[in-house]
Design a protein around this ligand. Sequence first.
Ligand code: NDP
Length: 505
Amino acid sequence: LSSQPAPIRRDRTTRTSISAAMCKGDASSERAKKVERRQSRPVGEFGGNWGCLGWIFFIPTCIWYLYGCMVMHQGRLAVPDGRFWYDLYYTLPEGLAIRPTAKSLAAIALWVVFQAAAEIFVPARIDEGVVLKNGNRLKYPMNGLKCFFLSHAVCYALCWLGLLSPYFIWSNMGALLTGGVIVATLLAIWMYIDFGILWWRHVDDPEFEEDWGVFKYSEMINDFWLGVARNPRLFHRWLKVPFDLKRFWNARPGLTLWVIANQSYLAAMYFGCHVVEGQPQCSEAGDWSRVSLGATMVAIAQWYYIFDYNWNEPAYLTTTDIRHDLFGWMLTYGDFGFLCWYYSFAFCGYVSFLERPLTDNHLQFVLGTGIYIFGMWLFLVTNIQKHQFRTYIAEGGDLAEYKVWGKPVEYIRTEEGSYLLTSGWWSFARHFNYIGDLTMCLGWALACSGPGHVFPWIPLSYCVYFWMMDIHRMFRDENRCRAKYGKDWQKYEALVPWRLMPNVF
Ligand code: NDP
């Protein structure tokens, strides 16, 4: 880190003159002409144009399908024929059907605006991220935890005042799911146009990088999917810390909504919500005996995951998401068209739509909880070990003094300047930190199954998806590191030969 180039700071004078030039219609301003630009984004990942186009249609279709199996077939797999899609779109009542509704779109808009306002206005400590390719370090407000609790307080207050139904998500999930796809797609189109085609509008922003807008229209779908800018930001003139669209979208509206949606599904169980003769019906009086322990454990586990994420908010600034991923459809959809809805309905939602309350699966519940606790512990200790090591170096610590598991730390100092940890958990495998996550979801799926209940296809679909996503992410990360570190990565592979699990893979 110490060998990174000195930050390039651009002053406001330059920004003003460029903006003025742009305003005068001088789009090819001298500054925009001089700025160094070079294609250094990945091209061809995810199958190039055709692959990305396929994913853009395939993934939402799969999620709608699983949702349909849950709502119309109580979790049983069904043949996705014309009748299935017709019923899912037209026959189900408004809200449960996947037709978008004005109410669902308004709810989404309100939620996103509220989350953005909270990020901007709730007092925050300001932290700096890692050094970008252009040498700059961006600032981020660290008020995630406050916003997380504020979001809960507002939702609970609205329910208490009778302005919001506690099972709102349960009874509007279909429309919300489609609303999420619409919003995510609009956001990705905006990113492609504003930060790609109109890249020159941003040349003076500290986050501008050499590859913004360097693309060919022949690779348009690939670029739309992956994104064309890494850390697009807004409101540079008005905010001391400009509003970072990717960090916001990745960290706030979707993640918080995920755990609040889980609570809405628990409320649906509590009020005994069911679809009776095609209409959603919930009792006036609640009953705790209807609430599944397995689903409650998953809701608490996922809540803790997001709480912990907000608690350790600065750690997020060093992850692949922030440092390397571009902000395209993959993330706009992944965060708000997919994650918050699918992650919540795959477990808690699924249980709330079962024919009988899932309250008789004590063995599965105990085993599932044990597996989850083990996975969570592993996830925390592995990721924190690397984070502490890198933070220690970034803060100028002396590695001769640094210990891991009571022994002097082992590491590789790369020519590029970064350090690769090779002791502790990081001596077992190069991505041992993925094992915790991969394990946790198996515990959740087990806890949401039970004797005499339907086979847990939908919870397991999450495990399949998550394993594929995390392992694919691991390969992408390895390719990037191989290119970045060259000989040093080979040295690392020789020292830590296993990718994921010692003696297995
Ligand atoms: P990592 O936290 O593993 O970060 C990878 C980066 O860390 C590399 O690109 C490299 O970056 C650096 N690095 C690699 N090896 C070392 C080392 N030995 N010592 C120091 N630095 C190293 O990856 P992710 O961000 O993908 O995953 C973090 C966690 O989040 C994982 O546990 C994963 O399972 C989880 N996750 C969960 C998701 C979910 O939806 N629940 C989604 C995605 C991830 P550099 O260029 O700095 O060297």
